[in-house]
Write a protein that binds this ligand. Sequence first.
Ligand code: CP
Length: 334
Amino acid sequence: PLNLSGKNFLTLLDFTPEQINYLLDLSRDFKNVKRAGTPHRYLEGKNIVLLFEKTSTRTRCAFEVGAMDLGMGVTYLDPGSSQMGKKESIEDTARVLGRMYDGIEYRGFEQSVVEDLAANAGVPVWNGLTAQFHPTQALADILTMREEFGDDLRGRKLAFFGQVGNTASSLLVICAKLGIDFVQVGPQADVPGNRTYRPELWKACQELAAVSGATLTMTDDIDEGIQGVDAVYTDVWVGMGQSADLWCDRIALLEPYRVTEEVMAKANPGAIFMHCLPSFHDTNTTIGAEIAEQFGVTEMEVEDAVFESEQSRVFQEAENRMHTIKAVMYATLR
Ligand code: CP
């Protein structure tokens, strides 16, 4: 079961707890060899292609550096430079790329696209973010928690503040699989602009949690949600590819759930702050400045003081994207 050679990495739902822990162990080993400066060109002679229909800093760089460290060649196709979806179907694109490359990464819109690629490529396909899931992110986040709290995270608790999106969905899955208690803290009201868990995903994760011993909860009550929490996680209020028109509703809905120093003080002693990045922790970005001016807010999903605090592990998570993605490529291509 620990031989993942040839397997796709589309959602963590497809992996057993043992396989996930194996990938995390491998990630830790790759981090150690990288830090030691030991060459690890184990996949020399192989080539991969990165298909991006949305922008990226971390995921693209993690795949590129990870592949180069493993001795592989890399082709990057940006949103404007392939025929896929415009002049050529997903299926045909997959059949072409599968004959040239040993592995394919996809970042884009629907999960069905990455599934279509996988069904037709004949080589491993890796999900670099879809509307539904961000599995390589969740793997890096749990590696970060392991580094803080030890390899066995059963009984530890992660709170996700805000609305449910791809990252929150993959975190729910990995926590349910590994026995990590999970709470989503955010508006539960059925109002326009609000997003909570899809019932079928929540139900599937409850079944996984019954096996692993994890508790899964959703609450709109911050004091209730923050009880016993070891890792406080949040994400931007409007995700990539979503309309800027959403900001007005989202700010009104989510401002009460900003991660503040007051919130962090109510978490467990030694609790850490986590964020997948990029973040609007300040308004020192083009989009951030526009939103600040339009809506009169100066801080968004997390206070700058928390983002920059001793408790913050956000750049450790970003680095861990590379070690975990390297582990995924190695395990599936070896
Ligand atoms: N967290 C994350 O996926 O970052 P990028 O969008 O920069 O890849």
